[in-house]
Every structure is written in C-alpha cells, then in structure tokens.
Design a protein around this ligand. Structure first.
Ligand code: G16
Length: 565
C-alpha cells in the first residue's frame, strides 16, 4: 500500500454550522476542499485521543499507539449529487489514515438515524454522514458532511471547533489510490489494509424499529378497511426505508409511499417536510377524499412532518403528545426519564413533564446538545420545532421513528390525529406556534437585526414592559450542559412575556446563501373555546411586535417572512 501525500493550501471557511459543514456542491468540488476537511476530521480524532479529552467523549482507549488501530467507521449519505464521488475520496483517505474497517451503505445510501444506529451497534469509532439535510441538491444545490462520534450522535462543539481550527492549518492530506469500490452491490473489498463492507442500509434499522413498536397492532390498523396513509419520501433517503417498513412489513397499500426513489437532485424539489415544501402531500391530506394519516421526511431522514385529515401537527405539539402518551408504546412502557426541547421549541412539552413530575430541559438549537442528556439517562425523548424528534434508541433525530410512534399511538387509541391533538390541548392548553423565516438575506442585515436587539436589551431586562405588554424577562439564551458543564452562550434573544408568550430571534446555522433570520412566536391559550383560531391570527399581536422590536422590515427590506411554518 502506498500512501500519497498531496499538498494543498489551507481553507479558512470550513466552520461547521448547526449540523456539520454545509456548502454549495460547487464549493465542495473545488480542488482539495473536501479532502482538506476530511483530513481535519481524521486529525481531530487523533488529537482528541492524544489529549484524552473527556469533553469530546470519544471513548478512545488510551492503550494503543496507533490512533485508529482496530477502528471501524460508518459511512453513507442521503444520495444527493456528489455523494458517490465523496465516498470514494473518503474511502481512499480512511485507508491512508489508519482506519481498519469502513461499513458503507449500498449505493452510498444511509439515512442519518440509520447511521447513528450502526455506529452504536458496531461500537464504531465514528460515522461520516454526507448530507445537507433539507437543502436542495443537484449540481447547483448544496452538499454537506457531518461527523458523528462513538455514542452515535453529532460531534459536540468541542470537536467541531477543533476540526475548524485544524482545517485552517491543513497543508497536506493523505490518501491511498485504488480502483473505485463498487458501491452498487453488497460485498467486501480491500484498499491497502482497509477492509470495506458494502452493506444493506435498511435491514438493521428496520429491525430496530420492529423492536421498539408494536408492528402487529400498527399492521392491523393499516389493514383496517377504509384506513389510508401517505408518506412522502420527497425523492430523498427515506424512500427505501419507508417502502420496506410501511409497505412490505406493515402492509400499507403499494404506492402509499410517494416519491420513493432517491434521486441525486431530489427530483428538483426541496426535501424539507413542512407545509411550504411538501405541497403535494398537503393537497392530498386537505382534499375532500379522506386520507387518515400523512407524513413526510427530509433529505437524510431525520426530520418528520405529521398530518391528519385536514390537520397539521406542529413539531412542538408532537413532542408533547409523545411524552404524554409514551407508556402506550412498547419501548417506553415503563415511562420516560425526562424530555428535552430546543430553546425555540414551544413549551408544550414542559407542561407534560411538569404534570408527570419528570425532568425537562431547554437546550440550544442543534441535536448535538441532547447527546449528554440521553447518555446520562436524564431524558428519554427530545425534539425540536424544526421538525425533529427522537428518543434514546439512537443519538439523532429520526423521521420514520416519529411516523411509527404516531401510527402506534393511533393503533392504541383508535382515534384520529385531530382528536388526539385536541384532547391533548383540552388537558394541557394549546401553545399557538409559528416560525417566520427571512431566508437568504444579506448577512449584514441579519446581523444588524441581532445587534440592535442585543443593544436594545443591554442590560437584559427582568420584568417591566415592552410596548405596553408586561414582560417577564428578556435574555440572550446561554446553556450550561448539566452533565459536562460546557457553556454555550449567545444562542438567541428570548423575549418572554408575563402571560408566557414568547418571541425568539436567532440566525440559522444551516443555510448556505447569505443569512436566514428565524423569528419564533408562541402564545399559550388555556381556554378550550379558543383552541380553534387561525394560527397567524392568534399570533398577530406578537408578529407585529416582533417586526417593531426587531426592526425587521426596516433593516432587511422585507415586509413579510419568506417562509412561514
Ligand atoms: C439541523 C440540526 C437541528 C436544527 C436544524 C435547524 O437539522 O440538526 O438541530 O434544529 O438544523 O437549525 P438552524 O435553525 O440553525 O437552521 P438538519 O435536519 O438540517 O440536520
């Protein structure tokens, strides 16, 4: 085996965002760009071992000289454009960087939750997941790369910061050249000393789902005459998983899984499971002809949207309802230890946790912040407003898991999606909720909005009032991880009113063009008589206040959000 060393000039823009490094495909195709970042990841894994850094929790044994001896890597992606080329490059670099074995999904396919499961199952060193999630694909679209650590979860900030630092100093990378590995068939290959196993991406994940849920009950529901469901895979990674589980194993009618074939450009669509981007599914679920259950997932299979007939379930409500009903599901029969939500997610789950007397946590946006809470068994369920939810079965959010949870719930309760949500609101009150995104605006305008908010509320307020509305507090959210003490400051401005309503401002960490300002609006309503208002009307006062306080239209020139979910 000959290890080649290729010289390159360091890049200064490889700072991972909320979920790995996301850039345009064109950028990733720049000479040495992907290679430089991958070398920074391998070097960081070695460095962490050398430092025996406990914060990074990579569980590196201290007794081997060779950093990656006897080490397994999980590798796959969402099938988007440049996925296969990137996999061949990473395999050559893994061979040169001392990895012993790589398990790679057939055709380069692995959903993010399936990769997380495989890392845990094989006690792998780490996983590399190639995805820009819900961002569009194709030659003019986006590409992305994430590192997941040995607990199966996204690398924590200590690791992503170290990768960024290292990337700025990379002047060479190592690779082994060989024939292209045939990814289209299951089998075993070698590249130098590296063993490469091309595996079925679906079977292990499907088996895990069958352990967690009551497949007999779900199947009986699905086969009930008159019951119908639709799952929109959006031509992204969940197609093969949903076909296997929903149609072949659970008996949903052929064709229940829409847009099932993964395509490199997602069929020209935007694989984001929300009301704005899953329009065909929305139309089916809101048509007069009854479809009982609808769901969609995103590019890499970690997000979910849940719909009933003419009914949309907010991700925040979905998390709260899962927490309240968890003992109805086999995997959570004995109850849950706690629930966590990201800060901008509505407080609906908190109400459930308070009533059940279980732990509840508020974390910054980003799945990586749930890892320690799950590992420490402080929580069993977690979720985010950005259409993500999951449990301690993996360390990622999991789109199909959420779909199966809801189907299991419907099978147990024998009630419609709408009835389950309404009865939840009756018991706990309704959290009217919406997110207004101002996408792809100039970075300077987005930063101006945040800077003037910080200036306006410096010193940050306790009590008082804002434009005549009584305030509880205003702060710039800072999180101290209760397990390892890591502090993550400046995670977004929270304006919390005395009646529990909130306006939250933060900048997205996943976009690739300009900046995206996110404004999150939440209003609590206990009165059952007022649970049927139009969401935007219910939030109208807060929407207007957000524009006034954030000076959004003035600083961005936009009088309306570009996407409202
Ligand atoms: C990622 C993260 C999520 C986060 C979402 C939105 O999801 O994993 O934790 O909520 O981005 O982040 P932002 O508001 O910074 O754009 P995904 O599905 O894109 O990997």
């Amino acid at each position: 085996m000959t290890i080649e060393t290729i010289s390159c000039t360091p890049f200064d823009d490889q700072k991972p965002g909320t979920s790995g490094l996301r850039k345009s495909v064109r950028q990733f195709q720049t000479a040495h760009y992907l290679q430089s970042y991958v070398q920074a990841m391998f070097d960081t894994l070695n460095q962490i071992k050398a430092d025996n850094n406990p914060q990074a929790s990579l569980e590196m044994p201290a007794d081997t000289d060779n950093a990656h001896s006897d080490r397994t890597l999980i590798l796959g992606g969402d099938g988007r454009y440049f996925n296969r080329e990137a996999i061949q490059i990473i395999l050559g670099m893994a061979a040169a960087n001392g990895i012993d074995q790589v398990l790679v999904g057939k055709d380069g396919i692995l959903s993010t939750p399936a990769a997380s499961h495989l890392i845990r199952k094989h006690q792998a060193l780490a996983g590399i997941i190639l995805s820009a999630s819900h961002n569009p694909g194709g030659p003019e679209g986006d590409f992305g790369i994430k590192l997941n650590i040995s607990n199966g979860g996204p690398a924590p900030e200590a690791v992503t910061n170290a990768i960024f630092s290292r990337s700025k100093a990379i002047t060479a990378y190592q690779r082994v050249s060989g024939p292209l590995v045939p990814l289209h068939q299951i089998g075993s290959h070698t590249l130098g000393r590296l063993q490469i196993l091309v595996i079925d991406p679906v079977s292990d994940y499907a088996a895990l789902m069958a352990e967690l849920f009551d497949f007999n009950k779900i199947s009986a529901l699905i086969r009930t005459p008159g019951f119908s469901l639709r799952f929109d895979a959006m031509h992204a990674v969940t197609g093969p998983y949903a076909k296997q589980i929903l149609e072949r194993e659970l008996g949903a009618a052929p064709g229940s899984v829409m847009r099932a074939e993964p395509l490199t450009d997602f069929g020209g669509g935007h694989p984001d499971p929300n009301q704005a981007h899953a329009k065909d599914l929305m139309a089916l679920l809101y048509a007069p002809e009854k479809v009982d259950f609808g769901a969609a997932s995103d590019g890499d299979g970690d997000r979910n949207m849940i719909l009933g007939h003419r009914f949309f379930v907010t991700p925040s409500d979905s998390l709260a309802i899962m927490a309240a009903n968890a003992p109805l599901i086999p995997a959570y029969r004995r109850g849950i230890s706690g629930v966590a939500r990201s800060m901008p997610t509505s407080q609906a789950a908190d109400k459930v946790a308070e009533k059940l007397g279980i732990n509840h946590y508020e974390t910054p946006t980003g799945w990586k912040f749930f890892g320690n809470l799950l590992d420490d068994d402080r929580i069993t369920l977690c979720g985010e407003e950005s259409f993500g939810s999951s449990s301690n079965h993996v360390r990622e959010k999991d789109g199909l898991w959420a779909v199966l949870f809801w189907l299991n719930l419907l099978a147990e309760r024998r009630a419609s999606v709408a009835d389950i949500v309404r009865s939840h609101w009756t018991e706990y009150g309704r959290h009217y909720y919406s997110r207004h995104d101002y996408e792809a605006i100039p970075l300077a305008s987005a930063e101006a909005v945040m800077a003037q908010l910080r200036a306006q509320f410096a010193p940050l307020k306790e009590a008082g009032e804002l434009v005549g509305k009584p305030l509880k507090t205003v702060d710039d959210f800072s999180y101290t991880d209760p397990v390892d003490g890591t502090v993550s400051p400046q995670q977004g401005i929270r304006i919390i009113f005395s009646d529990g309503s909130r306006i939250v401002f933060r900048l997205s960490g996943t976009g690739t063009q300009g900046a995206t300002l996110r404004v999150y609006l939440e209003k609590y309503e206990a009165d059952v008589e007022r649970h049927d208002l139009d969401v935007q009307e219910a939030l109208a006062e807060l929407i207007q206040l957000a524009d006034q306080v954030g000076r959004i239209s003035q600083l961005t020139g936009l009088t309306r959000a570009t996407v409202i979910t």
